[in-house]
Unconditional design. Structure first.
Length: 292
């Protein structure tokens, strides 16, 4: 089954919800960056969240950036997403290895470490919206729940999960975001809280064969759930040699001259997808010629 996000409403518009299946998306990221299991889990969780939060945006040109700047050995995570389901991201240290936590699971919290979550939304305004919160648990889902409550004043519940297989490939990945509207009634809030208690493991449910629609049914089925639409999601980087050329032009003539004088081809790397772009001396000279 291809990766996708499903959107819905419940309780006559008092709740909005998103659920995602992102196994292939996270596996593509793992392969691109050759991440260790704990790095895959951490990056995967933020990619899942990015996909769903991107789906909340309306404009075709809107771009969301999620940054975790923290002191753990992972050395931070950056994810960007758009409103069409395209996500990409990377971690500072893709090869980090840590012992399992006290529950015998991948120790994402220790890999991430204490720090901050930055959320930047570029929606074509004069200035992008930017919000920042301190990481609460460093497990990512709980930190996003805290972000929504404090920075956007939207009571939310976020569930994110990445399950690794025996060969360290991604076996399951997905999640949900459920949000209360300002006019939500107390009875609706109480019922939702009870429903959330029944969700102990997102990846466990996905591994049992549950779809994103069935995840939302478990969460909101007794609250008059109405599914609206689905959105394909994928790991997709829009880098290209032409875009990298523009970056080379921006560094200025003097720096380009220095590169040419060294007499060696230049190789530049895209952080988001780990693609390398090589420029020969002749190509550098051509770029210099166009750099005015």
């Amino acid at each position: 089954m291809s990766d996708y996000i499903v959107r819905g409403m419940a309780a006559n518009g008092q709740i909005r919800a998103f659920a995602a299946l992102t196994k292939d998306t996270v596996e593509t990221a793992r392969q691109a960056h050759d991440t260790s299991p704990v790095a895959t889990a951490a990056l995967g969780r933020l990619l899942i969240a990015g996909g769903m939060m991107g789906a909340m945006m309306k404009g075709e040109q809107d771009v969301l950036t999620l940054q975790i700047k923290a002191g753990g050995p992972l050395q931070g995570i950056t994810v960007t997403a758009d409103s069409q389901g395209n996500v990409k991201g990377y971690v500072g240290n893709p090869q980090v290895i840590l012992p399992a936590n006290e529950k015998g699971k991948l120790d994402v919290a220790s890999a991430v470490g204490p720090g901050f979550l930055n959320v930047i939304k570029d929606m074509g305004m004069k200035e992008p919206y930017s919000g920042q919160t301190m990481l609460q648990t460093c497990e990512i889902a709980e930190d996003l729940t805290y972000y929504f409550a404090t920075s956007e004043q939207v009571p939310s519940s976020v569930g994110l999960g990445v399950l690794m297989g025996r060969e360290n490939t991604v076996r399951q990945a997905g999640g949900f975001i459920v949000q209360l509207m300002p006019f939500a009634e107390e009875a609706v809030i109480s019922q939702l809280e009870d429903n959330l208690k029944g969700i102990t493991s997102v990846t466990g449910l996905l591994d049992e064969g549950n779809t994103p629609e069935q995840l939302l049914e478990r969460l909101l089925g007794n609250l008059n759930l109405e599914l609206s639409d689905t959105l394909p999601v994928r790991f997709c980087c829009n880098c290209s040699k032409t875009r990298v050329e523009k970056a080379l032009i921006s560094i200025g003539r003097q720096e380009l001259k220095s590169m040419i004088q060294e007499g060696k081809p230049v190789e530049l790397n895209c952080h988001f997808c780990n693609t390398n772009y090589q420029f020969s001396i002749e190509e550098l000279k051509d770029i210099l010629h166009r750099c005015r």
